[in-house]
Design a protein around this ligand. Structure first.
Ligand code: FAD
Length: 360
């Protein structure tokens, strides 16, 4: 039975481990410094909203396209996963001309007539009578919101039930992972799902990976029936306005920021006030018109999205004699691309395992 070690227990590593374990053909070990249940600035996944708002341009949409059916299925058939269906409204401001969306943090999301209109449920352009002041156009579609505090442990449980073994370890070099399989055998393949830490991990040291800092406020107030996102805001290019209601009692996430190169792990109080003001403007029903003073705060959060200059790294490489399949650099779409990327990882593993041993 081929031996696989997955380095990383964020959404990327756990989804790969689960998809491998479902095949019942591999001995899978997950090795990670941080695991679900931890909240640490080196560990991005627990800090995400998270929802599905397609961000890729059509030519790079494979990862999101291939993830959506499974995330939607989980929302409909597996409520204990912490994923639930929620309508999303994407609002394009008059000030944000379409050309400006290209190359921006959300790339394809705000494009008029987007590729994802045939993928998401019940996609429709909003009627002008439904648009708030200052909004040129917008669309609505059926999406999902993921309660990450429930979903990540659920992934661990699904893996464990299929025989995946978990180990805690902080590695200095990616090749150390090859010796950590629970089988005692050397790994045939190591999956590198180290997220932002790929810029510091020996053997990888990817200098093109940097944080895109996301600050959020989690509140008890309810923002139904829609998740909302605005194409821009007046508080700067690295700030955003979005709301999403997490299922199974997860509260409502108010966002946010997208601050490239910023490693600050501490919530900035001024930014927090701006986030709350924008959220209440966007979604007055949050506080019944009573302003931000009526927000009931659970927690302020900061997570660092793993932003890679050339986009996600999904490729294999031989490092110190071991095949390493890289899967890192998902920026702000790690959940909504998780199953598609895991599929890509499995293809690369199959290619490696199909090689005659003498050529390895
Ligand atoms: P991580 O979650 O960081 O996991 C990395 C793992 O590798 C950890 O277990 C870590 O301990 C381990 N590791 C790293 N280095 C080592 C080492 N040397 N030794 C041992 N272990 C190591 N995405 C969406 O799809 N939708 C959203 O709505 C969304 N919203 C977001 C909002 C915010 C505020 C933020 C911050 C992110 C958001 N994202 C969203 C993005 C998403 O969270 C990330 O893309 C995703 O979590 C990255 O996951 P990962 O598994 O690659 O990395």
């Amino acid at each position: 039975m081929p031996t696989i070690v997955v380095l990383g227990a964020g959404v990327s590593g756990l989804t790969c481990a689960l998809q491998l374990a479902k095949r019942k053909e591999h001995a899978v070990t997950v090795v990670a410094k941080h695991m679900p249940g931890d909240y640490d600035i080196e560990y991005t996944s627990p800090w995400a909203g998270a929802n599905v708002l397609p961000m890729a341009l059509e030519e790079t949409s494979r990862w999101e396209r291939r993830s959506w059916p499974e995330l939607r299925r989980l929302a409909i058939e597996v409520p204990e996963s912490g994923i639930h269906l929620q309508k999303a409204r994407v609002l394009r401001r008059i000030k944000d001309e379409e050309a400006a969306f290209k190359g921006s943090l959300s790339d394809g999301l705000f494009v008029v007539d987007p590729w994802y209109k045939t993928m998401m449920d019940d996609f429709r352009e909003l009627d002008t009578s439904e648009l708030p002041a200052g909004i040129r156009s917008g669309c609505e579609f059926g999406s999902v919101c993921i309660n990450t505090a429930v979903y990540l442990p659920w992934l661990v449980g699904q893996c464990a039930a299929r025989g995946v073994v978990f180990k805690r370890a902080a590695l200095k070099h990616v090749s150390e992972a090859a010796a950590l399989s629970h089988t005692g055998r050397r790994a045939d393949v190591v999956v590198n799902a180290s997220g932002l830490q790929a810029c510091r991990l020996g053997g990888v040291m990817d200098a093109t990976v940097q944080p895109a800092r996301g600050q959020t406020v989690l509140v008890r107030n309810e923002a139904s029936p829609h998740m909302m996102v605005l194409s821009g805001c007046d508080d700067g290019d690295d700030e955003m306005a979005y709301t999403m209601a997490r299922g199974v009692g997860g509260g409502t996430i108010l966002g946010g920021t997208y601050q490239k190169g910023n490693w600050d792990p501490n919530p900035d109080p001024s930014i927090a006030v701006r986030i709350m003001k924008r959220a209440v403007d966007l979604h007055p029903a949050l506080t019944g018109g009573r302003g931000i003073e009526a927000l009931d705060i659970i927690r302020h959060g900061v997570g660092l999205r793993p932003l890679r200059a050339a986009g996600v790294r999904l490729e294999s490489e031989r490092i110190d004699g071991t095949c390493v399949v890289h899967n890192y650099g998902h920026a702000g779409w790690g959940y909504q691309g998780s199953y598609g990327c895991a599929e890509g990882v499995l293809e690369l593993i199959d290619e490696e395992l199909a090689k005659p041993k003498s050529k390895l």
